[in-house]
Design a protein around this ligand. Structure first.
Ligand SMILES: [Zn+2]
Length: 452
């Protein structure tokens, strides 16, 4: 990967390219630091295969659904340079993307997991055999992702290689006060393992590459994509970059893999920058309320239903969409149970298309969710214009800083009504697996306009 320097980026903006816009493929990566907000890196890969780093905040402001653009061709108007964490990034004034035909990408491909040691660090925090048991061809994480994806993932040809030695000391990749050089880490770790791994999986392709390192990186563990060349193929490779904390608890590794599949963070409704305070979604807090295993550490809980819907991982017959006013009754089954409705989306006729409610049930009898705060109906408000589109709904005022409290837990007899009088959600009764709910949707603005 050839990173464009600040001078070339300036030239791009000064020339006619600025007026016409710069076209390329968008590649996103999320960074995770315990107890901090998210980091987001965005690359624009130009036709020359040069990579222009974009400012994530201005990029987000230029689109209604940034996450949906990951891996797609876009045209951006640039607006000067900013700097952050030792990197010059181009601010974005406007963005165009062609309409997209929604279809789930192919995910039935294996993962490659590489264990890479810095040249000056001897530690091997986990053995290769241990990591094989997590995410090798027979590893338990294959069952986890098959459950999340409704059988759309297949880890039976997964490869694990290492530990192999990086050619340089840690300081070549990680400098104080700067983001780690994820490109160097990716290139050197894949090169060190190249003799033992087939990154093309015999031509079928792979789902992604997990890079496990034997010492801390920068702030973070990272997951997303990177534009690179492996075995002669230049493309966006899905990848994760994991310091030890991210594989000592494989819940964190699964969270990074979620980013590599293209998933954003979830959040609570408390309005702070801390995105890891929602225990109901692997893509918010993977660690809190997670099942603990004495050998492997904390295990991944389920993805929120809104995340699986984003990836096309919920069968259309199991998703009920409410788009007109009326009174509805649903039996919402817990994920992994039965074959009825498992997700109700309320897309109110008076709300913008970017916003909806995602209503699901979660069950502590489900082994993956056994440590959740409760068995209950859980509601996320999704708005794709936000940094973290899905916020778990909390009916208390003020809302909790960490959403394991009663305000987010809708058991039998509980009710959720919005301030605008547009809907009432009543939880009628608990079922063997899941809950029966009633949803009453009204249009108060429509009614008052016509004197009803
Ligand atoms: Zn994350």
């Amino acid at each position: 990967m050839n990173r464009i320097g600040a001078n070339l980026a300036m030239l791009l903006m000064a020339g006619s390219a600025a007026a016409a816009g710069v076209e390329g493929e968008l590649v996103l990566r999320w960074g995770d630091e315990v107890q901090q907000g998210e980091r987001l890196q965005a690359d624009l890969v130009l036709a020359s295969h040069s990579v222009l780093a974009l400012d994530a905040d201005s990029l987000r402001a230029a689109t209604d659904d940034l996450v949906d653009l990951d891996g797609r061709r876009v045209r951006v108007q640039l607006d000067g340079l900013k700097s952050g964490a030792g990197q010059a990034v181009a601010a974005v004034a406007a963005l165009d993307a062609p309409a997209r035909s929604k279809s789930a990408g192919r995910v039935d491909r294996p993962w490659v997991t590489l264990l890479c040691k810095f040249a000056d660090v001897a530690a091997e925090p986990r053995s290769r055999a241990h990591i094989e048991a997590v995410i090798g061809a027979q590893g338990w994480m294959g069952d986890y992702w098959a459950e999340q994806s409704g059988g759309r993932t297949d880890f039976s040809a997964n490869q694990v290689v290492g530990w192999v030695a990086l050619p340089h000391a840690r300081s070549h990749y990680v400098q104080p006060g700067q983001y780690a050089r994820l490109d160097r880490l990716f290139n050197d770790c894949t090169a060190a393992a190249a003799a033992e791994v087939d990154f093309l999986a015999g031509g079928a392709g792979i789902a992604g590459i997990n890079l496990l390192f034997n010492a801390a990186l920068d702030c973070c563990a990272w997951g997303g994509g990177i534009h690179a060349t492996l075995q002669g193929v230049t493309q966006r490779w899905a990848a994760t970059w994991n310091p030890p904390f991210a594989y000592l608890d494989p819940a964190a590794l699964a969270h990074e893999m979620g980013h590599a599949y293209g998933l954003p963070h979830a959040n609570t409704s408390d309005g702070d920058n801390q995105t890891y305070d929602n225990p109901w979604d692997l893509m918010s807090d993977p660690i809190g309320h997670a099942v603990r295993d004495h050998v492997f550490g904390r295990l991944p809980k389920r993805l929120g239903a809104h995340q699986r819907a984003r990836l096309g991982w919920i069968e259309p017959a199991r998703l009920a969409r409410v788009e007109v006013d009326g009174r509805y009754r649903f039996r919402i089954e817990a994920p992994g149970a039965g074959d009825g409705i498992e997700l109700v989306e309320l897309r109110h006729p008076d709300w913008p298309a970017e916003r909806w409610l995602s209503i699901e049930t979660r069950d502590r009898n489900d082994p993956q969710d056994a440590a959740l705060p409760a068995t209950a109906v859980i509601v996320h408000e999704v708005d794709t214009r936000r940094s973290q589109p899905a916020w778990v709904v909390d009916s208390n005022d003020p809302v909790a800083d960490y959403s394991n409290t009663a305000g987010s837990i809708f058991g039998a007899g509980r009710e959720l009504r919005d301030a605008g009088g547009e809907f009432v959600l009543r939880v009628l009764q608990r079922l063997d697996s899941g809950f029966e709910v009633e949803l009453n949707v009204t249009r108060p603005i429509f009614a008052s306009r016509f004197g009803e």
